[in-house]
Structures are given as structure tokens and as C-alpha cells.
Write a protein that binds this ligand. Sequence first.
Ligand SMILES: C[S@@+](CC[C@H](N)C(=O)[O-])C[C@H]1O[C@@H](n2cnc3c(N)ncnc32)[C@H](O)[C@@H]1O
Length: 163
Amino acid sequence: MRRPERILEVGTAVGFSALLMAEYNPVCCEITTIENYEKRIPVARANFKAAGREGQITLLEGDAAKLLPTIEGAFGFIFLDAAKGQYISFLPQLLRLLADRGILVADNVLKEGEIIESRFAVTRRNRTIHKRMREYLYEVTHHESLVSTVLPVGDGLAVSYKK
Ligand SMILES: C[S@@+](CC[C@H](N)C(=O)[O-])C[C@H]1O[C@@H](n2cnc3c(N)ncnc32)[C@H](O)[C@@H]1O
């Protein structure tokens, strides 16, 4: 709907979603995508090449926490699909990079429904991720420059529009 000319993705894996965005965005766009797991990077590059999209998709190798501050905006669409416990720490950089009227979509925000449970119902091992994801959802739904909604589809999507 926003027809973004620039898209940023955090969490490439093997490039499935980057290729989907390249295919289905109705306008020609540049995609920048970040991945830090070295075994997935060559697979993603091969997939971009096989699809003839290597000129359109730029894969940045490394930790998004380090790379995001080095990127210049603005992006009309950002897809956040990396380590769930890091969403809240990425948010300030993502807001800097998101264009006015741009859309930020974060995937897996409900963690199979666990996020709406009491913290006491969550195993001790998962409590930090639970707390950080709740902070992310609180922040995007209360931030003065965002309008956000959480969609209970798949594993939960937070969709944020920058005013
Ligand atoms: C759910 S997968 C991404 C799936 C992909 N977006 C898709 O739908 O095809 C998450 C990826 O994020 C990567 N990742 C996690 N934390 C990261 C970080 N801090 N910096 C860069 N990549 C990260 C993981 O290695 C993993 O490949």
C-alpha cells in the first residue's frame, strides 16, 4: 500500500522474505537486508543471484546492533525479523531510519501467545525475551510518533505507522 522505494530488513536468513518483498512490491525498489549468521549468508546470496535480484538486494553481513547506526535513511518499509530479545534495543535506530508515513512491521511478537501470559507462566529461561518483547509492544503502542496495532496472525505481527 505504501509502495516503498527503499526497504530495510533485519534478519535475512536465506532471503525468502527479501525475495518476496522484491517480487510483490508494485514499485521498483532497493532492499537492504542484514544477517549475522555466516552459514546463511552464502545461501541468501546464491538465492538472490538465482532470482536475478542481486543488483536490487544489498546484504549487509554482521550484527544489526552494529550495522544499523551506519545506515542512512529513509526507508518506507522496515521488516524486523531477527532475535526477538533485541527488538526493543533496535527500535531507536529503526525510528531514525523509518521515513515519515513509513511502516515498521515486527514479526513473531506474540511468541505463540506466550507474550500475553503472566511472566510467572513463562519459564525462567524465556523471561528476559518475554519482558523485552513486552517493552517493545508497549513502546510502539505508546510512542508519540507512531500509530501501532498488533495483529494475532501467524506468530503475531506488530504493524507501526510513523506519523
Ligand atoms: C526468522 S529468521 C529471518 C527470516 C527471514 N526474514 C524470512 O522470512 O525469510 C531470523 C534471522 O535473523 C538473524 N539475526 C538474529 N539476530 C540478528 C542480529 N542481531 N543481526 C543480524 N541478524 C540477526 C538470524 O541469524 C536469522 O537468520
